[in-house]
Design a protein around this ligand. Structure first.
Ligand code: UDP
Length: 349
């Protein structure tokens, strides 16, 4: 007798989640009955990356202007109905967003097992990144399977006496970027790429942008490109960087953004995921944050934490990167390991 396939349900809603979960959903279709739920946490940014997804079964509509608590209240009600209807054997959340946290806690309340992709990243400061550090710590307490990108992340979970299984897999974003490498021309040009969006940076955006403008004025040979996040705190200070060699553009589709990264001299960002991608592309990066959960990117000499004080670090960013660095975030086979781990879990092994 042939057993029905196990049903796994992916729940996600932000741009980085779509990017990182997409290769896993694609691969999982060969092994499991897959249900994919978009929470609507990001609206316009979702449209830039939705073509990476092989299937969407539910797309929850959320008003654009809302608080985190409003988002939670809406998602709890909607997700419960979806989980009741679909009866998944496993709910899969990725990383640390409000969507991931809601999906995990909603499944936990309904006694549906939860599994966590990109588990074990920590700053141990619940205000940085806010609110993500708390969300990812909480998801680890609920998950039966914790898929960690690397040994450091696994050690964090061991120290915390995490109840579920801990498996080192690599990061799925490395799987995706390796798939795209043949389409990328990695070269050193005179271009500097900028992204900023973190909630906890909102009082510093103007200060950061002023320093970038001064540097741009002093370096007319460089060309700055800034795909500006729709975050209103960024939009309202954009005039600070209106200058001849700084181009402000709309957020880009994933492959277009990768192409820009590949052609950059260096990158300025407060993003989490970009810290992993720049290690693959070996691009020096100034990280506008006080903490990072990706210390490995600093250790290999690709990223530098600068908080909101960039000026003293521009020279560092202009100096060449060490091309010999090994990638601490994965080898491009994270999805295979995650699928194998799910098969073992469903077999009771
Ligand atoms: N990204 C993109 N288009 C852009 C800017 C970023 O596709 O215009 C991608 C980038 O390659 C990375 C992800 O979005 O994979 C990072 O998202 P973000 O910085 O918003 O979130 P975080 O990683 O900080 O959670």
């Amino acid at each position: 007798m042939k057993f029905p396939k196990k049903k796994i349900l992916f729940c996600f809603g932000t741009r980085p989640e779509v990017i990182k979960i997409s290769p896993l959903i694609k691969k999982s279709l060969n092994y499991f009955d897959v249900c994919s739920v978009v929470t609507g946490q990001h609206n316009t940014l979702f449209r830039d990356v939705e073509d990476l997804l092989p299937k969407v079964d539910y797309h929850i509509e959320i008003p654009v202007k809302r608080t985190l608590n409003f988002l939670f209240s809406k998602l709890f009600i909607e997700l419960e109905q979806i989980f009741l209807k679909e009866k998944p054997d496993l709910v899969i959340a990725l990383a640390d967003t409000a969507s991931a946290y809601c999906a995990a806690i909603c499944a936990f309340n309904m006694q549906i097992p939860v599994a966590h992709v990109e588990a074990g990243l920590r700053t141990y400061n619940v205000n940085s990144p806010f609110p993500e550090e708390f969300y990812r710590q909480a998801i680890s307490r609920m998950s039966v399977l914790n898929w960690c990108p690397n040994e450091n992340n696994a050690q964090n979970l061991i120290k915390e006496q995490t109840p579920g299984k801990i498996i080192i897999t690599g990061n799925t974003t490395i799987d995706l970027i390796y798939q795209h490498l043949p389409q990328l021309e990695v070269e050193d040009t005179n271009q500097v790429l900028i992204t900023l969006h973190r909630r906890e940076n909102k009082d510093y955006f103007e200060k950061i942008l002023k320093q970038i403008r001064h540097f741009a004025e002093a370096h007319p040979e460089l060309k700055f490109i800034f795909p500006a996040h729709p975050n209103p705190s960024i939009q309202k200070v954009l005039n600070v960087v209106k200058y001849s060699n700084i181009e402000i553009v709309s957020p880009l589709k994933y492959l277009d953004f990768l192409k820009l990264m590949a052609k950059s001299k260096f990158i300025i960002t407060d993003s989490g995921g970009i810290q992993e991608e720049v290690v693959c592309l070996k691009k020096k990066t100034l990280v506008c944050r006080d903490t990072t959960e990706r210390q490995e990117a600093i250790d290999v000499g690709v990223c530098k934490l600068v908080g909101s004080n960039l000026t003293d670090s521009f020279e560092w960013a202009l100096s060449p990167v060490n091309h010999e660095v090994e990638n601490p975030f994965g080898d491009g086979h994270a999805c295979d390991r995650i699928i194998e781990s799910m098969e073992r879990y469903f077999d009771g092994r």
